[in-house]
Design a protein. Structure first.
Lengths: 114, 972
């Protein structure tokens, strides 16, 4: 299982970075989405993965990291998810505004002259 | 009144002045005058405390960890300057009342004026080097604003810009110098710096810090070679020139020289730099002043020359000269301010400042003329006036200095020549303007100005006379008190008018007669306007040189920028990612990557299969995002869902819920945006070279992404196989229930332990929503995206069908999906209940404000999608901005509530109730915070999505709709 998660994080990050470096704005937005999935999973996996140990306090269970999964990365990722949503929205709108202003969807606001 | 109140008073006055009505000349002037007068009286009352070398000191904690405190410190020298700043400020406010015309926006003038007064006062009573630089730069800024007061005039803008550039750059040098000085002394406290003169002069850094500080001081005081900005600053209104550019701000430079005199002076470097600059400026200023045709220009160059005199005196390294410098600061302020005001009256009354046009004014404005003549006699150094006394002291210093032979020879000569010039230009100011035939071609016929416009001039001229006739009685103790802090122990000097027939007296006589002779020689040619620029030095135009060097600097900077940076986003991002990879590799230098021995999680074939699918989708999205946007979006969503599944699998229900709803919202958002993107059809690039270049670039990017992906995978695998001892997290686990009052630890952390973080986060969300709204308000979609879809365009206009949007419908959603639309309306109340449920259980079970808010907004968006923007907005009044505002307010007020009862910001409080039927209830104040989060999330999500959705409505306005391309009657 660890291998699968690690590979998944790697692939998400690689695809994200690849798209980030592409010339069209839509590609960049998609790349940011993929990259944020990868990074969120990465941060989440820092807290050691457990099955069936939600960080919700139950009566009679000792409150330590052996009986619950680590809540800290989860809280961080929760914030990150919302912020990456805001970022995607902002980029999408910047993309549209730039498209409306410059007439092109190239990231530099003009078609490359070759 | 304490010093801090004294300092704050002008700033408070400035704020008040700024909000007064546009034409409140009387109120404004009264306000400024009263503020300055109260300050003056207060400073005057402080005299007994500083008279015998006493120091008033007030200290406030500022950055105690860095050893920096906000110190106000008034000794005799600072006292004299405060008196000048506030006293002349009072007179100038009165004068400005009559000078400013009713059309001028006076609130701006008086607000800047008072703020400048405060800055200048702060500068002189600062007891800390950093603080001095702070107020120093403030005076530069307000001077900029005041010079550019008439900003519709190009010369005002240019003059202001130049003054700011020169004095601001000087201020930066000063800051650097002062930092070094503080480093050498080990403290920025002025008292310590003043006591450490020996140490500073012997230190290895002295030759570096001294020029830096001197550049600051000399540029502020318009000393050679920085003198050129002052004449251009004369574009300011005359009250500003009288106040800033004669009496106060330009004196800041010499103030600093005198202030730091005990710690910096006494060395060869000081003598040559300060004395040299002073001597050059003294001569150059006086020389140029003779050839000016503008009254204010003449006074500006004369100011430069007199400041040069003061600088030279300070540069001589002799205590007696320093006393003379302090004396001349006082004298120059009085006669020059009155001269500027007189020049302003002449300009105001006659409509011109051109000396060649003005003539015989004594018959028209006899009283003002007499005042101006007395003041200029003082400027020329005529006996029985205050200018004479300090000039005599200056002459005496140049004669009795002991230095190398050529200096001993040349200094008295320089002094006499400068004295000659000053007599000549003073004569030019008086004889040319006031005598001779009465001018007839003036724009207005001059009359005596209003009584109170002249009063400040009268008072200043009276002071000149008083000091000039009874020096030791009037100014003796005052000068002693002011000069004592500068020189340490007062040297022997006498303030008598008559010292007998000695060398200074003879020099004075030579200068007088020489000046009269020179004036008579030049008079005719000047009147005819033969000299457009001063001969010889006129070719060196400081302004042109300044502007040229600016152009060269800009060009150079642009060239460097072009060489070392790029405007292309792709290259920038590439470098950024490379830098990140390198930063990630740095720790590998010390330790290699190794796996841990944590027991593995039992595998699941379902999980692995699902992830294989998602991995394929991620690669597919990366591959197809250019030409197949919808497919790419779908594949990215698969990855999102799989991330969500992973969260569920590994005990993170809160994350999974949030991810799921965010996924929905993001997808809707991008779908809304897709239609505004240009069509892209796969094609082969025609040029082989381009193709090859693109291939190389792609290969490079591919390698980099593979590197990033591989690195991330290895890193996370290493982390996943190791034990993670985490002390922070067990703290949260054990405190969540007893202290946070909730059993869902993640939620308690968000709204309680890390509440401040969440507050920041919802603020970001709100800011993003507003930015999106603002960006889209101005958005004009490209024409091709506004057209109807091809299928609808090809339809004959008379075909009746409910499957496509009727061509002239006002909304995109009309005509589609009638049955789902009705059903979805029913969904809204259900969604509300779900949202409420998720919200309420949030503290103890998975849920919370974020998820609940997103669910609510998804429900609204669904209404938009099936029923159309206009229908929804006609039925419900959703005001997203209000939701956001209320939410932020709620969250902040909850946090402040804790402060009100004495706890840190955002501390949670829990209450317990016993309610009938429902039973035991407990409410945490975190709940109210979560309400805020909820409202902000609903508001901003709605604002973002509806702002995008409105674009479709806009694009479909019937007026902007293109005509169908198919002709009437064509077969379908």
């Amino acid at each position: 299982m660890e291998e699968v998660i690690a590979i998944a994080i790697g692939v998400l990050a690689a695809s994200g970075v690849w798209l980030l470096l592409r010339p069209r704005t839509f590609q960049v937005v998609m790349g940011l989405c993929l990259l944020s999935y990868g990074v969120n999973l990465f941060i989440f996996s820092m807290g050691s993965l457990f099955i069936g140990k939600e960080p919700i306090i139950k009566d009679g269970v000792p409150q330590d990291l052996l009986h619950y999964t680590d809540p800290l990365p989860q809280a961080l990722v929760l914030t990150a998810i919302v912020i990456s949503f805001a970022m995607t929205a902002l980029f999408l709108v910047v993309l549209l505004a730039s498209r409306g202003l410059t007439g092109t969807d190239h990231v530099d606001g003009r078609e490359p002259k070759e | 009144m304490s010093l801090i109140v004294l300092l704050l008073l002008p700033f408070i006055g400035s704020c008040l002045a700024a909000v007064l009505p546009h034409n409140a000349r009387n109120t404004e002037s009264l306000l400024a005058g009263v503020v300055a007068l109260i300050g003056t009286l207060q400073v005057a009352l402080l005299y007994p405390q500083i008279a015998d070398g006493g120091v008033i000191r007030e200290e406030f904690f500022w950055l105690p960890s860095l050893g920096l405190n906000f110190v106000l410190r008034m000794d005799g020298f600072a006292w004299l300057f405060s008196l000048l700043v506030l006293g002349i400020g009072t007179l100038v406010s009165l004068y400005a009342r009559y000078y400013m015309s009713p059309e001028d926006p006076v609130p701006r003038f008086f607000a800047f004026f008072l703020a400048f007064m405060g800055a200048m006062l702060g500068l002189v009573i600062s007891g800390n080097l950093i603080q001095i630089v702070f107020f120093w730069e403030l005076t530069s800024l307000f001077s900029f604003l005041l010079i550019g007061y008439w900003h519709h005039r190009a010369d005002a803008r240019r003059g202001a810009y130049m003054a700011l550039m020169v004095t601001g750059a000087g201020g930066l040098c000063l800051l650097a110098g002062v930092m070094l000085l503080g480093h050498v002394v080990g403290s920025y406290d002025l008292d310590k710096v003043l006591a450490a003169g020996e140490l500073i002069r012997a230190h290895a850094l002295y030759p570096i810090l001294l020029p830096l500080i001197l550049i600051g001081a000399l540029s502020k005081s318009a000393q050679f070679p920085f003198h050129f900005w002052l004449p251009h600053a004369m574009a300011a209104p005359t009250p500003v020139s009288a106040y800033l550019h004669s009496a106060t701000m330009v004196k800041a430079g010499v103030f600093l020289l005198a202030r730091l005199w005990p710690s910096l002076s006494g060395s060869e470097e000081w003598f040559y730099i300060v004395g040299g600059a002073g001597a050059c400026t003294l001569l150059l200023g006086a020389y140029c002043a003779m050839f000016q045709n503008d009254l204010k220009g003449l006074l500006a160059y004369s100011t430069i020359s007199h400041l040069g005199l003061i600088t030279l005196l300070l540069g001589l390294n002799s205590p007696l000269a320093a006393v003379a410098a302090v004396f001349h600061i006082l004298n120059h302020a009085t006669f020059k301010a009155s001269l500027f005001m007189a020049a302003g009256i002449i300009d105001h009354e006659s409509g011109t400042r051109d000396i060649r046009k003005l003539s015989g004014l004594i018959r028209l404005i006899p009283f003002t003329a007499t005042l101006a003549m007395v003041a200029s006699a003082s400027m020329a150094g005529v006996p029985l006036l205050n200018g004479f006394l300090s000039k005599e002291m200056f002459f005496a210093e140049t004669v009795f200095i002991s230095a190398t032979a050529w200096i001993e020879m040349s200094l008295p000569v320089i002094a006499t020549i400068a004295g000659t010039f000053s007599v000549a230009y003073s004569l030019r100011f008086t004889v040319d303007v006031f005598f001779g035939p009465t001018a007839t071609d003036l724009p207005h016929t001059p009359h005596e100005p209003p009584r109170w416009m002249r009063a400040p001039v009268e008072l200043l001229v009276f002071t000149c006379l008083l000091v000039g006739i009874f020096p030791s009685q009037v100014v003796g103790p005052l000068l002693a008190a002011a000069a004592l802090p500068v020189v340490g122990t007062l040297p022997e000097y006498s303030l008598a008018i008559w010292h007998g027939w000695n060398a200074p007296m003879i020099m004075s006589l030579v200068a007088m007669s020489g000046g009269i002779l020179l004036y008579l020689l030049l008079r005719k040619q000047l009147k005819r306007g033969r000299f457009k620029y001063p001969p010889i030095v006129g070719h060196f135009n400081g302004k042109r040189m300044f502007e040229r060097s600016l152009v060269v600097m800009m060009r150079l900077a642009r060239r460097i920028e072009r060489r070392i940076s790029t405007k292309r986003l792709q290259s920038q991002l590439f470098l950024l990612v490379v830098a990140a990879v390198l930063a990630g590799l740095i720790p590998m230098l010390h330790s290699s990557l190794s796996w841990g021995d944590r027991p593995k999680i039992p595998g699941s074939i379902v999980f692995v299969t699902l992830w294989l699918l998602a991995i394929a989708c991620a690669l597919g999205a990366a591959w197809q995002a250019k030409y197949h946007r919808l497919a790419a979006l779908t594949m990215v969503s698969v990855c999102g869902l799989m991330t969500c599944v992973t969260f569920v699998w590994f005990s993170a229900p809160d994350l999974a819920l949030t991810q799921l709803v965010v996924e929905v919202v993001t997808t809707v958002l991008i779908l809304l945006g897709l239609r505004w993107l240009p069509r892209r059809i796969e094609e082969v690039s025609p040029l082989l070279g381009t193709l090859r270049k693109a291939r190389v670039r792609r290969l490079r990017d591919l390698l980099l992404s593979a590197l990033v992906g591989g690195g991330m995978a290895l890193l996370s695998y290493a982390m996943l196989t190791r034990q993670t001892p985490n002390d922070i997290s067990s703290f949260y686990l054990s405190r969540a229930l007893p202290e946070g009052g909730g059993s869902n630890v993640v939620n308690v952390m968000l709204v309680d332990f890390r509440g401040f973080d969440t507050l920041g986060e919802i603020t970001v969300l709100a800011v993003v929503a507003l930015t999106v709204f603002a960006l889209l308000r101005r958005f004009r979609p490209p024409k091709e995206s506004m057209q109807l879809p091809a299928q609808q365009r090809l339809l004959a206009p008379d075909v009746v069908t409910d499957l496509v949007n009727p061509r002239h419908a006002s909304d995109t959603a009309l005509g589609f999906m009638m049955v789902p639309a009705v059903l979805v309306r029913l969904l809204l109340p259900i969604a509300m209940v779900v949202s409420f449920y998720l919200f309420m259980r949030g503290h103890n079970q998975p849920g919370g404000g974020f998820v609940a808010g997103l669910v609510m907004s998804v429900a609204f968006i669904l209404q938009y999608m099936v029923a159309g923007t206009q229908w929804v907005e006609a039925q419900m009044s959703l005001r997203p901005a209000r939701w956001m505002g209320t939410g932020l307010l709620f969250a902040t007020v909850t946090g402040l509530g804790a402060m009100a009862v004495g706890y840190p910001f955002l501390t949670t409080h829990t209450w317990h109730f016993e309610l009938p039927i429902i039973g035991d209830i407990h409410i945490a104040s975190a709940l109210f915070f979560d309400v805020g989060v909820y409202a902000v999330v609903v508001g901003s999500t709605l604002l973002i999505l509806t702002a995008l959705a409105h674009q479709s409505v806009r694009g479909h306005k019937p007026s902007s709709q293109p005509k169908p391309v198919v002709q009437q009657g064509a077969a379908v």
